[in-house]
Design a protein around this ligand. Structure first.
Ligand code: GCW
Length: 717
């Protein structure tokens, strides 16, 4: 992308120069003027080309506004500066930022009045300022607005390693780490961290975990802590608190103690000292995120202790400083027990045993960020313990940064799922944002998709997922459509007059925004269809989690890491039986879900093969057999992507050429890879179903044997 952008500017620059060179020397003055114009316009961003690094915070030529702040402070100065440089309201307006005492606004909420922003805190005023500017740019009402976030903590999880690599990152290197030998903080680091903080604050994100949950003990080394402190310094004025992931065996690996047993006094003292040291450097440090006894990582169970023992030990160390432990429930072992059941089984007996500064972080689905899963039954089930959702913004299982998939529809589906824990209407959002539990404190996490790529997210539309996470963490009731619409306007509307065919706002909405919106809103369902329709899950070839591999099972691989564990295709049928005749995972859901999920006739078809192993000839609601329906879903997913390409071709005259070319390329690869998914899965499953591919389903492009040998990541690169 970066390359594309600079190629584009270079091309422009060359053509300006060539034109000028062809004119006679008396044109020298004009030449100088033209070059000066060019040099001024580009850095100021007034030239109207796409600058992917700006994200949704595109610079404008502001109208004049006078902004009064109650006093000067780093946060209020930011709010003021944003308003002055970003004002697109009426010229000559005056605005007062007022600190008030209004209980209904809470710590981060605000009220937008005709000529005032009111909030209880400086941060509330800053959030109000960002919202006001967003509203001006997206044509929403700018006064009479009261807003406060649903979740107290709206946090990103970076899976960044000390060496600068990013686990499941598809957008360059880490924003925070460059290796243990390069911990010095440069001015460029600070600039990048401020830009990062600003982007987060603009959508209400107020915390971040700087390193991978697969944590290296080194994160607690003095050098890394000092760098983390420098990050915290830049993030603080934007209201973003820094957290770290820790490795449970740090006392042994870093502290050279003989044990990491959470009940051992020396271990407890060691952690208490580490925590004191951190708070000396980062006075508002948020706390620890912990992945323990999960996927081979150490944890309290190594010493015969429970997750509660481990979490509480850290919570006790953090308590005097107001710190928090986010303890992940992503735990499963290669046992006979269905993987989807294990987190619930481990954590339910511990309900009520956690300290009040512990919160259990649960992935949205019971398995692992698959394109579609039912919600994890832990939501709403843990009644005495705080629970927070973990979403994945980085597209590990949804096409990396090579496919355009807008994730808000998936998150909306999840957050609005009814758990029935306290009767109808007990949505996941309400079970976790404090509405039902009455807990004063609540949180939601998103695994970040940002890296050092010029455009932060690997491809431009990936930015929409970062944006959407922030917006939903603030207001889980928002609709994907509203979020996508906002993001499109913020990111691209300013280009409408500098595109090949300049447009009015109305024309731009119709000709550019509407088709782009349609692509975004349908993209997740399309991905489900061409990857794993009807409740299928984890069909990936290899640990890269990109392309199809329902056959994938290299010798020695843990069974629960192979697709066959999940799809269980045989000559009789396909799917994972989690009903009462199978693993009984349905038992973990409240009524009426338990009964609905337990019977194929009442199970939602989009989750059918998640809960049931059914004959290939099973009759679907459409009257087609399961096999026919499966083939058609795959086919329809590929067709949908072909449709996205056509829609996108239609925006060409109205799109910035750089954006156009980039998305065109992404969709091209997406269609080819969708085709590979369809061809792989239909041909592979046909070996079991032994049924003909139904009429109307397009013929394969790839032969199964070739796909089985190919590296799916590079097949259509
Ligand atoms: O889905 C899996 C990923 C791992 C990740 C793990 C987790 C950080 O493939 O890369 O590890 O989930 O969430 O802990």
């Amino acid at each position: 992308m970066e390359k594309a952008l600079s190629l584009y500017s270079d091309a422009f620059h060359c053509s300006v120069m060539t034109t000028l060179r062809t004119y006679p020397p008396q044109w020298a003055t004009l030449r100088i003027l033209a070059i000066t114009w060019f040099l001024i316009q580009v850095p100021l961003g007034l030239w109207g080309t796409y600058r992917s690094h700006d994200l949704w915070l595109v610079p404008v030529t502001p109208a004049s506004v006078s902004v009064q702040v109650p006093h000067s402070s780093p946060t209020l100065d930011i709010a003021r500066q944003e308003l002055v440089t970003g004002w697109t309201g009426s010229k000559g307006s005056s605005l007062v930022l007022q600190l008030v005492q209004q209980k209904d606004l809470g710590p981060d909420g605000y009220r937008l009045e005709r000529d005032a922003i009111q909030a209880n805190t400086e941060l509330g005023l800053m959030y109000g300022a960002f919202d006001l500017l967003r509203r001006q740019r997206t044509g929403q009402p700018v006064h009479g607005v009261v807003s406060r976030p649903a979740y107290t903590l709206r946090i990103l999880n970076h899976w960044d390693n000390p060496d600068g690599s990013v686990e499941r990152g598809y957008a360059g290197r880490s924003l925070f780490w460059r290796g243990m030998a390069d911990l010095a903080v440069t001015p460029a680091d600070r600039t990048l961290w401020r830009e990062y903080a600003r982007a987060n604050a603009s959508v209400g994100i107020n915390a971040t975990v700087l390193n991978n949950v697969n944590a290296s003990p080194e994160v607690l080394s003095p050098g890394m802590l000092q760098r983390a402190a420098a990050v915290a310094e830049e993030l603080r004025p934007y209201g973003i608190r820094v957290f770290l992931s820790i490795n449970f065996s740090s006392p042994v690996r870093l502290g050279k103690l003989g044990t990491s047993d959470p009940l051992d006094e020396r271990v407890r003292t060691w952690w208490a000292e580490r925590v004191r040291e951190i708070y000396r450097l980062i006075p508002d440090f948020g706390g620890f995120l912990v992945k323990a006894n999960s996927e081979g990582l150490p944890g309290p169970q190594d010493f015969g202790r429970t997750h509660a023992d481990g979490a509480n030990m850290l919570a006790d160390a953090l308590k005097p400083f107001g710190g928090l432990v986010m303890w992940r429930a992503f735990v499963y072992q290669p046992t006979e027990t269905d993987r989807a059941k294990q987190a619930y089984q481990e954590f339910m007996p511990l309900d009520g045993k956690f300290r009040d500064n512990v919160i259990i972080q649960v992935k949205n689905g019971p398995v692992d960020f698959q394109p579609r899963e039912p919600f994890s039954p832990l939501f709403g089930a843990l009644k005495l313990t705080r629970v927070m959702p973990e979403l994945q913004i980085t597209q590990e299982y949804l096409g990396h940064s090579f496919q355009l998939v807008f994730l808000a529809p998936m998150w909306e589906e999840f957050l609005q799922s009814d758990t029935y824990q306290q009767g109808p209407g007990s949505t996941v959002a309400r079970c976790t944002d404090g509405s039902l539990s009455g807990h004063a404190f609540s949180a939601i996490a998103g695994v970040a998709n940002a890296g050092t790529d010029e455009n932060w997210c690997g491809y431009s539309f990936g930015q929409a997922n970062w944006y959407a996470f922030g917006r939903l963490a603030w207001d889980p009731g928002l609709k994907s459509r509203e979020i996508a619409g906002e993001w499109l306007r913020l990111s691209f509307q300013h280009l409408r007059t500098s595109v090949p065919v300049p447009l009015s706002v109305k024309q731009w909405e119709r000709r550019f925004a509407a088709p782009a919106l349609q692509i975004m809103l349908r993209s997740r369902e399309a991905a489900v269809q061409y990857m794993m329709p009807l409740g299928l899950h984890h069909l990936f070839a290899g640990n890269h989690h990109y392309g199809p591999g329902p056959w994938w099972a290299p010798p020695g691989t843990r069974e629960d890491w192979t697709p066959r564990y999940y799809h269980k295709a045989d000559t009789l049928g396909i799917g994972f039986d989690r009903s009462f005749t199978g693993s009984r995972a349905v038992e973990q859901y409240q009524e009426p879900l338990r009964s609905l999920y337990a019977r194929p006739e009442t199970c939602p078809e989009e989750l059918l093969l998640w809960f049931h192993h059914l004959p290939w000839t099973y009759r679907m609601k459409s009257g087609a057999t399961l096999w026919e329906e499966l083939c058609r879903q795959y086919d329809s997913g590929v067709r949908e992507v072909a449709g996205f390409r056509t829609l996108w071709e239609g925006v060409k005259p109205y799109a910035d050429p750089v954006v156009f070319a980039e998305v065109q390329q992404v969709l091209g690869r997406q269609q080819a890879d969708a085709q590979a998914w369809k061809d792989a899965c239909i041909q592979y499953f046909a070996r079991y179903s032994r049924m003909p591919v139904p009429e109307g389903v397009s013929a394969p492009v790839y032969a199964l044997d070739a796909l089985m040998k190919a590296d799916m990541r590079t097949l259509n690169q």
